[in-house]
Design a protein around this ligand. Structure first.
Ligand code: DQA
Length: 147
């Protein structure tokens, strides 16, 4: 069982970026959390990808088709703008879970729309980096139940 964790723009700046909102833990910490939680949840492999570029995120989603069993995605700012990411998630048809580190529902109006959510089976917000661990647990449970 393999999970692909996809992270959008500016998440590579975790630790430095608006720590009052996103915390002090770094992108390397995020990768470690995903690897550890993925192993605990029963994944043989967890690949963690980040890009600041919308097309690269679309390519990563497409690349999951036939190579991964499910996707955890934090499209970051592209959450609120990208029909291309929504369409890619729909195209591959893999179970996907949306994660946001912050409680987006309590933030600005422009963060209230999520295109990616329309292709995701669940959304986790406001749990900090631990939200990724939560998402991997949900994804593993779903994949085991689907077998
Ligand atoms: C975010 C929330 C988005 O609104 C924002 O643009 C991000 C990070 C989060 O993880 O809380 O870059 O996706």
């Amino acid at each position: 069982m393999k999970a692909l964790v996809i992270n959008g723009p500016n998440l590579n700046m975790l630790g430095q970026r608006e720590p009052d909102i996103y915390g002090r833990r770094t992108y390397d910490d995020l990768v470690q959390i995903c690897q550890d939680a993925g192993r605990r949840a029963g994944f043989d492999e967890v690949e963690v990808f980040q890009s600041n570029h919308e097309g690269a995120l679309v390519d990563a989603i497409q690349g999951a088709w036939g190579t991964a069993d499910g996707i955890v995605i934090n499209p970051a700012a592209y959450t609120h703008t990208s029909v291309a990411i929504l369409d890619a998630l729909k195209a591959v048809g893999l179970p996907a879970i949306e994660v946001h580190i912050s409680a987006v529902e309590q933030r600005e109006d422009f963060r209230q729309i999520s295109y990616a959510r329309m292709a995701c089976m669940a959304t986790i917000t406001g749990e900090g980096l631990d939200g990724y661990a939560h998402a991997l647990e949900l994804l593993a449970t779903h994949l085991k139940d689907a077998k």
